[in-house]
Design a protein around this ligand. Structure first.
Ligand SMILES: NC(=O)c1ccc[n+]([C@@H]2O[C@H](COP(=O)([O-])OP(=O)(O)OC[C@H]3O[C@@H](n4cnc5c(N)ncnc54)[C@H](O)[C@@H]3O)[C@@H](O)[C@H]2O)c1
Length: 433
């Protein structure tokens, strides 16, 4: 099948590369010319495990191309995936200007029937606006369907998640659209993966409801972790004990410094606003946000309780990305934490396997902010090590070497990556233990 993908960000690029790898012919349109030039040479502008390999393979085999030309992109195929950004606007609602722009652009070049698919995360009933916008800007007898097919991949394991979906949710209104989706996702349904057809509004709602539920689960265990600290119980034991109940499940019960990233914060906020627009107060989600903000704040308080004075202390930070295996720093907890420590006059030694270049746009290198290429180099003469992202290489660190390099063996672990028992050689602090 020929497929057009609009937007070559985390979701668009993974979608385009995976559909190509499944044997489709894919044309991906991205408005940033420099990104298109890189991608066309097989260089990914984002870090995602396995992405460069799958991109290069499909470029070589001629199944994927990149362009900045919308006319070419729309005319290329019958199926058009909208994968543009839907960031948070100032009032907390989803900013849908990129979706509107893409809809207008599609409308201007419509030739024959098109299935236009929202893959971006959008508020419920956005499909009606997309439809209305296309109708307004297209020629009178334009034939098209608008469907919702939200994406559930996780950054860091995006390729794996796309190729191994728990479920595929499709909100489609016509039989014609449904048949196209059945063909498109046949490689997955043949393996027994569920393809759930719904109304477009339900599909849109499922995405916001899923992300908000996961954020709520994180805040729930984080609240339990605060209680654990007060009463002397290990939150990991509690998480294990409750997670073994299959009605609850053990995933997303890792206490830490809270969620960040390009999805949960904005999607929770947008979902609260959607409820508000319909006269409903989503108190559960407001509390979810409050607990999440508190986790970061209390981590900073913990640092101060332990180090007393931050000024002139050498503080090493391991992990800047919002989660491991990505270079994405959008809403990363490391931002608030490092900015506050810098303000307090600490000397920051920062290390992340992939996210340092992006982070330099937030916290520039200076006399007291240094970036390191190696996690051990960042530790030399440290008064404390903060662990902010749970990268695998931190879990595998040579703790003997860590101790030798540091001036004081103080570790404040925001992600509980070590067992308390293995850290007896350190002054070791973690979350909820
Ligand atoms: N990042 C994730 O893990 C994830 C997971 C599931 C869903 N989502 C949702 O998917 C959507 C995209 O997220 P993302 O992280 O990939 O965003 P992103 O900001 O990384 O990528 C969006 C890309 O679209 C391009 N773009 C915007 N308008 C365009 C246009 N008219 N023509 C061509 N290119 C255009 C931008 O230049 C940008 O490169 C969002 O709605 C997000 O909530 C994201």
């Amino acid at each position: 099948m020929n497929i057009t993908v609009i937007g070559a960000g985390y979701v668009g690029l993974i979608t385009a590369a995976c559909f190509a790898d499944l044997g489709n012919e894919v044309l991906c349109i991205e408005k940033r010319e420099s990104t298109v030039n890189k991608l066309q040479k097989g260089e990914s502008h984002i870090y995602e495990q396995g992405l460069t390999e799958i991109l290069q393979k499909n470029l070589e085999e001629g199944r994927i191309r990149f362009t900045t030309n919308m006319e070419e992109a729309v005319k290329f195929s019958e199926v058009i995936f909208i994968c543009v950004g839907t960031p948070q606007s100032d009032d907390g609602k989803a900013d849908l200007s990129q979706v509107e722009e893409a809809s207008r652009q599609i409308a201007e070049h419509l030739n024959g029937y098109k299935l236009i698919v929202e893959k971006s995360t959008v508020p419920v009933n956005t499909h009606q606006w997309v439809k209305k916008t296309i109708k307004r800007h297209a020629h009178e007898d334009a034939q098209f369907d608008v469907a919702s097919n939200p994406e559930f991949l996780r950054e860091g394991t995006g390729i794996y998640d796309f190729m191994n979906p728990d479920r595929i949710v499709v909100g489609a209104e016509s039989d014609r659209a449904q048949v196209i989706f059945e063909e498109l996702y046949a490689p997955f349904t043949k393996e027994g993966r569920p393809l759930l057809f719904t109304k477009p509004a339900a599909a849109e709602l499922i995405k916001h409801a899923s992300n908000s539920f996961l954020a709520m689960k994180i805040s729930y265990i984080n609240m339990i972790s605060s209680l654990c600290e007060k009463v002397g119980v290990d939150v990991n034991t509690v998480a294990q004990g409750i997670g073994l109940d299959h009605r609850i499940g053990e995933n997303f019960l890792n206490a830490g410094i809270g969620y960040g990233g390009s999805c949960f914060p904005k999607d929770v906020q947008a979902f609260i606003k959607i409820a508000e627009d319909h006269g409903l107060e989503f108190g559960l989600l407001k509390e979810t946000e409050k607990i999440n903000a508190f986790q970061k704040r209390s981590f900073l308080d913990k640092i101060e309780d332990i180090l007393w004075i931050n000024k002139d202390k050498n503080i090493t930070v391991w992990g800047l990305a919002f989660k491991p295996e990505t270079d994405d720093i959008r809403e990363a907890p490391a931002i608030e934490i490092t900015q506050e420590l810098e303000k307090n006059g600490a000397n920051l030694h920062l290390y992340d396997p992939e996210a340092s270049d992006n982070f330099k746009n937030i916290l520039a290198e200076s006399d007291n902010v240094k970036y390191f290429e190696d996690k051990y180099d960042a530790l030399k003469d440290a008064d404390a090590l903060l662990i902010i992202t749970e990268w695998q290489e931190f879990k595998l660190a040579d703790l003997k070497k860590v101790k030798e390099l540091m001036r004081l063996p103080i570790i404040i672990d925001g992600r509980n990556i070590f067992g308390v028992d293995e850290m007896k050689e350190f002054e070791y602090y973690s979350v909820g233990r």
